[in-house]
Write a new protein. Structure first.
Lengths: 201, 578
């Protein structure tokens, strides 16, 4: 399936799963088999006890993303998959920056740096300092370029976590999965998207 | 294992007894109705084989000659019996030898439960003898897999394995059991089959809205066309399908794995789809106004060039797997569901019709195909025999009652094109993966799965040499399989492509073969080679009436091509007759 690059954009794929060994690999290979790079992958508990949540970010066309989500949802231990554009989610990434305390104290107005970048100091030692900031990619990138001239020793950024803006009802549907016999409402993913005339999950 | 097994084989809860993981496994198989296991022992699965020694009267274990043969036999068994095929293999090379069969079963939706032995749990990840990461190797080619390291998990995991393998869209499941878990004794409380996994929805609740929308399209259609696949057979919906076809009056064509769901001779059966399918079904795909796809997945060998496939038609797609809907061909109305449930609803909602004129159009194309291809293929005047005339002769004797197992290549296309199928579950072939070497072991399994039927394996000279060691399995098990080798002394399908597309540069397709009849004789299997047309009927009769297996080698034309053909990258309407 070749689609022009212009169709591509960042999509946030949210996968609700059982917590099972091997599932990460089962999900990851759905992307690698199609030679699709995973930009970010986070696993965490969800709002429901014992149900796990993956947040996956890829840069692809919606057509491809829709097919991928169906393949993911087909896996036995996956309960539900949703995909959203960046506009549909609230998302954050956390970044840590390690710099030499000597250099930073001498050459930078630390107070201004913290204020302007919404950063905070996590560790302050004689030999090094660790800053932390949380935000979108541009924001965490921005602090890299600010600190780079002062000898940034180490940088690391977390995977993205995202909350779905319009998640009313998802939780209810997930809880439905706990029931032995599904109700009509849990089988929500076979409706024909009348507007776009597509079969959606 | 001093336990009294008679008291163990009970599905209901029993007073807990101490048993080993191995015994719990075999008990699970019995409760699941397993009667036949195809397997090969080895170090890491020895405790299971030790337990099996006492279960000889309940479980028929067939010792194969290679694990690949074992899993293909399991596939053949599953395809003819409709039950779950069960395969045993040891760790390391035993397990990796299953991979081809798993991939084949995955793409052809064949229900299997494969049990592999694994090294002791404390040795996992230490590069121990015959240790390999079976779970990760098999993840892309299984519907589900799981590693058991503790015997107490066995009943529950096996129950899940069988449920997952056979429910929804079927597929292969692999359970890897470490040796310590096979040996470990635990308090066994009986086996309860699984019927629910909360994260798994094997089939949806059918929404009538789509049935109505589909029925409206069908009722308004002037040139509707049904294309069906193996989903009809996997869903045991042959009767429901036939009722739908007959009430709608719509012509219907099949994918290679759908063959036999309704008889070849059914008046509305207009033939085979795809690259080497029939002329009419391919050309008229691009002429119909409503295309009704039932339990098929629009494989590229069926659709040809996608952007020129049925663009004029409204598409109704019935499938149990939502990932198949809109995957390759966009549907106008998706009917997601088990066709055993959706077809009767659809049949009820449509008007009784006859599309005589439209069906006649298919017959016109059939006549063109007969004139250009079929007549000469089935009634050749050349001194050498054609593959097609062998199949025609076979039809005349078996009358379409036999199970036909094919390998992969020219003979497969010819057999599927010309073999007559009166019954469902009669065509066993490697469709999606195209696994050469499939037919011989699959035929063994097919016979175990349908012991009262005649099983004829039709194999090329190339494919036969890939798994011919399974003649040993035939010899030892005494199973009755008829084998026809259509020997054209070439890897014929590749040769055909080289002729048509690579200017006859025959690169490594000229394959030499042993004396197949002598090889069969070495395995105590009767056989005969013929190279003269006049011997064909008698030889086929001798083969079919022989008590026990028989190998018939038929020398056929060296450079015959299978036509019609949709060249790769071309639209189905660009199908060539020569």
């Amino acid at each position: 399936m070749s689609t022009p690059d212009t169709d591509k954009q960042e999509f946030n794929i949210t996968v609700y799963t059982e917590n099972q060994i091997g599932l990460l690999s089962r999900i990851a290979i759905i992307f690698t088999r199609r030679k699709i790079n995973i930009d970010s992958l986070n696993t965490s508990p969800s709002e429901i006890e014992s149900i796990h949540r993956f947040n996956i970010v890829i840069n692809e066309s919606e057509e491809v993303v829709r097919k991928l989500t169906r393949q993911i949802e087909k896996q036995v231990e996956v309960l539900k998959v949703y995909y959203h554009t960046n506009a549909d989610v609230i998302w954050q990434e956390l970044a840590l920056y390690k710099v030499s305390t000597d250099v930073i104290a001498e050459k930078v107005s630390v107070e201004r740096l913290l204020r302007e970048n919404g950063a905070r100091v996590v560790v302050l030692r004689k030999d090094y300092t660790v800053f932390e900031t949380t935000g979108h990619r541009e924001e965490t990138d921005n602090l890299i370029s600010i600190l780079q001239p002062f000898g940034l020793i180490e940088f690391v950024r977390s995977a993205r976590v995202a909350i779905i803006k319009d998640s009313d009802g998802f939780n209810r549907k997930l809880r439905e999965f706990e029931r032995l016999e599904p109700g009509e409402d849990v089988i929500e993913n076979e409706y024909l998207n009348q507007g776009q005339k597509v079969f959606t999950m | 294992m001093e336990v009294a097994q008679e008291t163990l084989t009970t599905p209901a809860k029993i007073t807990a007894v101490e048993v080993s993981g191995s015994v719990a496994l075999l008990e699970a198989l019995i409760v699941e109705g397993v009667d036949t296991i195809f397997g090969y022992p080895g170090g890491a699965i020895m405790p299971i084989y030790d337990a099996l020694f006492d279960y000889n009267d309940k479980l028929n274990h067939i010792l194969v000659r290679h694990e690949q043969g074992g899993i293909h036999a399991g596939q053949g068994y599953a395809r003819t019996s409709g039950k779950v095929g069960v395969v045993f293999a040891t760790s390391g090379p035993g397990a990796t030898n299953l991979v081809t069969g798993l991939a084949d079963a995955q793409i052809d939706s064949t229900p299997l439960v494969c049990i592999t032995g694994q090294v002791f749990a404390h040795l996992l990840g230490t590069d121990a003898f015959q240790e390999t990461d079976v779970i990760n190797i098999t993840t892309p080619v299984t519907k589900w897999n799981y590693q058991i390291t503790d015997a107490t998990e066995i009943p529950e995991v096996l129950a899940k394995a069988f449920y997952i393998a056979k429910s929804g869209r079927p597929g292969p499941v692999l359970i890897d059991i470490t040796k310590n878990a096979q040996i470990q004794k635990f308090s066994y409380e009986g086996y309860t089959p699984c019927n629910h996994i909360r994260s798994y929805r094997p089939k949806p609740i059918v929404r009538t809205q789509y049935i109505q929308e589909a029925a409206e399209l069908i009722n308004q259609a002037k040139k509707p066309f049904i294309i069906w696949g193996q989903g009809v057979i996997l869903g045991s919906a042959e009767q429901e399908f036939k009722a739908f076809v007959e009430k709608s009056g719509i012509p219907a064509a099949w994918t290679i794995l759908g063959a036999g769901a309704i008889p070849t001779d059914h008046p509305q059966n207009v033939g085979m789809l795809g690259m080497h399918g029939n002329y009419g079904p391919n050309v008229l795909t691009n002429d119909c106004d409503v295309l009704i796809a039932i339990g098929m997945r629009f494989d590229d060998r069926v659709t040809g060039r996608l952007d020129k496939y049925a663009k004029q038609a409204k598409v109704i797609h019935l499938d149990i797997d939502p990932a198949e809907i809109d995957k390759n061909v966009k549907s106008t109305v998706p009917v997601w569901g088990d066709c055993k449930e959706t077809l009767p609803l659809l049949t009820k909602a449509i008007e009784q019709k006859k599309h005589t004129e439209w069906i006649n159009k298919f017959h016109d194309y059939t006549q063109q195909e007969v004139d250009a291809v079929i007549h000469t293929e089935l009634n050749p005047t050349s001194p050498e025999m054609t593959m097609g005339e062998v199949i025609k002769q076979l039809n005349e004797i078996t009358k379409g009652e036999a199970i036909i197992v094919t390998d992969v290549g020219q003979h497969q296309m010819v057999a599927c094109r010309y073999a007559k199928f009166n019954n469902t579950r009669s065509n066993v072939t490697s469709g999606g993966l195209g696994t050469m070497g499939f037919a011989l072991p699959a035929a063994i399994g097919a016979k175990f799965g349908a012991q009262d039927r005649t099983v004829v394996a039709i194999i090329g000279d190339g494919g036969f040499q890939m798994t011919l060691q399974e003649l040993g399995t035939i010899m030892q098990s005494g199973i009755d399989v008829k084998i026809i080798i259509l020997n054209n002394r070439f890897l014929g399908m590749v040769r055909q492509w080289q002729e048509l597309f690579n200017e006859r540069r025959y690169s490594f397709v000229d394959i030499q073969s042993p004396d197949f009849v002598a090889v069969a004789a070495a395995y105590k299997i009767a056989g005969k080679m013929i190279d003269d047309r006049k011997d064909l009927p008698a030889a086929l009769n001798e083969m079919l009436s022989n008590k026990g297996s028989f190998l018939l080698e038929v020398m056929v034309t060296k450079e015959n091509n299978v036509f019609p053909m949709v060249p790769q990258g071309c639209s189905v309407s660009e199908i060539r007759l020569k």
